[in-house]
Structure formats: structure tokens, C-alpha cells
Design a protein. Structure first.
Length: 208
């Protein structure tokens, strides 16, 4: 068996254990779930941080692709806003314990792996910035405003999604509506541009 399918099997096992046991899931539990010894797990990933980095790459790549696809849907502007919001919330709802692992560092963790989602969030902010600049008439300050909005929307949705996932005060549909209502004021007032006038998604840089 080649190393790549085996690696995927191990990541699948890690996903299951983290979903069951939470972010503090141990390497022993993951190895047991995969039916291997812990040294074999270390051979594939180096250490626990290496395993988390591999999980990060898997989940953030999928989340970014989903958000990019949602931004490219030929929908009316309000519908697109709701679609993008729902795509993000659905992504974190699907694997809440993995999301917590990627966004909340463990006590005493000096490695920063608990902030592993940050690079993907920066890329999502860049995607939103390009979409806003392309689709919304913001006047002479459009570059500044698009950048500020792209990063502000991403931060707002991150914080709101974190709170929603932790407390579940309402359904996902209601949360999407609440966030869309907050965003809608200036977007609704801006001059309409063709909904299909989206920039081509930026090419992903080759792996280092």
C-alpha cells in the first residue's frame, strides 16, 4: 500500500477521535483508532504538532475551496451573501471539535498550532475583498473599503460563528439571516453590478 492512502487513513482516524474526544485527543487514542502503534503514527507525522498541521491542511483547503465556490455562484447579491455565510457555518458545524482544535490553543501550548486556521482565514478575507471590489460600487475609495470590508467580514463571521457553535442559540438558517442583515445595509445601497462579474479565483501557490 502506498504511503498516501495510508496517510489518509490515519488522518481519518484522527478526525474520528478528535470528534469523539475533543481537541485534547491523545496520540495513543488516535493510534488505537487506526489499529497501529504510536511509533508508526509518529513515523508518518513526526509528532502531534505534525499531525495537527496535516489536519489543518486538509480541513482549511476544503473550507477555502467551498467559500471560493460560494463566492462564484451566479446569485443575486443578497442570496450570495447568505450562501457564503451558510457555507462557512456549515463547514465548522460539520466537524465542531476539529474546528475547536484549529482555532483554540490548548493551555500552555507554545507552538501556536491552536491558531492553525489563521492562514486560511487570511485567504478567505482576500477572496471576499476581491469579490467586494468587483461587485460593489464603493466609489473612489473602493480599494481601501474592499480591503477593510473583506477583513472585517471575515473577522466578524469568525467571532460570530465561534459563539454560535459554542452556544447554539438558534438554527444555522437563523444565524445566516442575522449576519446577512448586519452586512446588508451598505451592500444593498451600493449600485448594482452584473452578478456574474466576478474575478477569477487566485491560483493557489505551489507547495513549498
Amino acid at each position: 500500500m502506498s504511503s498516501e492512502p495510508r496517510r489518509e487513513q490515519l488522518l481519518n482516524a484522527a478526525d474520528r477521535v478528535i470528534q469523539r474526544d475533543g481537541p485534547a485527543a491523545s496520540m495513543n487514542a488516535i493510534a488505537a483508532e487506526a489499529g497501529i502503534t504510536k511509533p508508526i503514527l509518529y513515523r508518518h507525522f513526526g509528532d502531534r504538532n505534525g499531525l495537527i498541521r496535516a489536519l489543518t491542511e486538509r480541513h482549511t483547503s476544503g473550507l477555502l475551496a467551498a467559500v471560493r465556490a460560494a463566492l462564484s455562484e451566479p446569485l443575486e447579491r443578497r442570496d450570495r451573501v447568505e450562501h457564503v455565510l451558510d457555507t462557512y457555518l456549515a463547514g465548522i458545524e460539520a466537524r465542531p471539535q476539529v474546528y475547536r482544535l484549529l482555532t483554540h490553543p490548548e493551555p500552555g501550548d507554545p507552538s501556536g498550532v491552536g491558531h492553525a486556521l489563521a492562514p486560511a482565514l487570511r485567504r478567505i478575507a482576500e477572496e471576499i475583498t476581491r469579490a467586494v471590489e468587483s461587485q460593489v460600487d464603493l466609489g473612489a475609495d473602493r480599494e481601501l473599503l474592499a480591503e477593510a470590508w473583506g477583513r472585517g467580514i471575515t473577522g466578524m463571521v469568525l467571532a460570530a460563528g465561534d459563539w454560535w457553535l459554542e452556544t447554539r442559540p438558534c438554527s444555522r438558517t437563523r444565524m445566516v439571516q442575522a449576519l446577512a442583515d448586519l452586512l446588508w445595509g451598505r451592500l444593498a445601497a451600493a449600485a448594482d453590478l452584473p452578478t456574474a462579474a466576478l474575478p477569477a479565483p487566485a491560483a493557489e501557490p505551489p507547495p513549498a
